[in-house]
Design a protein around this ligand. Structure first.
Ligand code: HAM
Length: 430
């Protein structure tokens, strides 16, 4: 046993779990392209200012959760990305993509890093899949990203997820609402904890998100952002809700929903799973028109997107028994040599099978035939291909179907023909 363990908050994904990831990823790739999104991969680290400007200096992520470091003493600080949206926007602006086409639809499956206290469903290295729709800010665009996210959940068979949605209005709406919040909370100085008092000064909306029960009690009576939205902002929000209703997507309006990142405006949403315990947010997103300007662009770039935590998604699927039928891939055929002198010929046959596109396994440690058969069964191979000296001399092989135990002596061509038949791949031995 090694004296080393994985870093706290990071974990290994072994083959039994990797098949679950691949299954989910395949559905994400398929549905994203069905909706016209193309994959983007951005660097794992970015200059720290990108996140400070993009996510917002007063957010928890920027305030205390970033892994930042100086690559060299004179260099600019860089940060392991805590989320994808700022990096995707940076990439699009850097390449000036919006001058080539007005709308860009991008998606990703990526690793992220946040220095949070690890607990169930909360890691320091985690993954998200997400999509960003840049260049258009219509309610139809927001509805499109929400619909894609919900269709992924539906295709995976997830049940009982709750979509909560709110409108954060535009900058003017929020300026007026912030003042109202400050006024409302001012008399509760004795109830507000230190963090809330700081939020009240720097970013009053975030108080609505407080986990402190005493603060939550007074939050209940706080003014609603909806009441401060101008008519155009309300219409925009109503239209998003209309599209969701039309598509049969259930949602709940949550007037207290504010997100932990500062770039949002108008529609913001979150999906929770009751299966997850304290860290119940499985995904979230919204519209973020001003992010581009925050990053130095001369104007806003209308945009919306979402991200879903892969680990939390997989945990929910596991709890709902949605992986029951998934098993790691098994070789179609296990090549068994009866005498060690035939070992080299066995290796050549395994090579030939693989070149033909047939998944083949073979013992590389020159073990006994009994040990080879044990491995073939452990690996759940569908067939065993025996190489014995008599048959070898005659250019023949013995192919055994490990499901039915039927065994035939055949030429290599006949073996290949059988193994190429689609039906031969259906023999699954558990
Ligand atoms: P977020 O709400 O910070 O949004 O993260 C989205 C999801 O990532 C969460 O709902 C959760 O499932 C997962 N997640 C976050 N932190 C952790 C963690 N420490 N461990 C495990 N899972 C975690 C964003 O990141 C935005 N960029 C979403 C977005 C895209 N908005 C617009 N476009």
């Amino acid at each position: 046993m090694s004296q080393y363990q994985a870093v706290k908050g990071a974990r290994d994904i072994f083959p039994e779990e990797a098949v679950q990831w691949k299954y989910v990823e395949a559905i994400v790739h398929t549905l994203a392209s069905l909706y016209g999104f193309s994959e983007i991969r951005t660097p794992v680290f970015e200059y720290t200012e990108l996140f400070q400007r993009g996510i917002g200096a007063t957010t928890d992520i920027v305030g205390k959760e970033m892994f930042s470091f100086l690559p060299d003493p004179s260099g600019r600080s860089i940060t392991l990305r805590p989320e994808m949206t700022a990096g995707v926007m940076r990439a699009v602006l850097q390449k000036n993509l919006l001058s080539q086409a007005p709308v860009h639809k991008l998606y990703y499956i990526s690793e992220l890093f946040r220095k949070e206290r690890p607990q169930a469903g909360r890691q320091r290295q985690f993954s998200q899949f997400g999509a960003e729709l840049l260049g258009v800010s219509s309610p139809a665009a927001v509805a499109e990203v929400i619909t894609l996210m919900m269709q992924v959940f539906e295709s995976l068979g997830l049940q009982g997820l709750k979509l909560r949605i709110n409108s954060l209005g535009d900058t003017d709406d929020r300026v007026r609402y912030r003042e109202a919040l400050k006024e409302y909370f001012a008399p509760f100085d004795d109830i507000l904890d230190e963090a809330s008092k700081e939020r009240l000064q720097k970013n009053p909306l975030r108080i609505l998100d407080s986990k402190n029960p005493a603060v939550q009690e007074i939050v209940v009576g706080a003014p609603r952002l909806y009441d401060y939205l101008k008519a155009a902002s309300r219409d925009d929000f109503e239209k998003v809700l209309f599209y969701l209703s039309e598509r049969g997507i259930a949602f709940e309006i949550d007037h207290r929903l504010v997100r932990g990142l500062d770039y949002y405006c108008h529609t913001a949403f979150e999906v929770t799973s009751s299966e997850l315990g304290a860290q119940d947010a499985i995904g979230g997103g919204g519209r973020y028109d001003s992010l581009a300007r925050e990053l130095g662009n001369s104007s806003d770039v209308p945009a919306s997107g979402f991200a879903v935590g892969m680990e939390r998604l997989l945990m929910t699927m596991e709890k709902q028994g949605l992986f029951a039928s998934l098993i790691p891939a098994a070789p179609l055929v296990y090549v068994v040599v009866q005498q060690q002198e035939l070992g080299d010929h066995g290796l050549q046959i395994a090579y030939r099978l693989r070149k033909e596109g047939i998944s083949a396994e073979i013992d590389l440690a020159a073990r006994s035939m009994k040990a080879q058969m044990r491995e073939a069964n452990r690996m759940r191979a569908s067939y065993a291909l025996f190489i014995g000296s008599t048959e070898y001399a005659a250019g023949l092989y013995s192919l055994k179907n490990l499901g039915t135990s039927e065994q035939r002596v055949l030429s290599l061509e006949a073996v290949l023909e059988i193994l190429h038949e689609p039906a031969s791949r259906e023999v699954v031995k558990l």
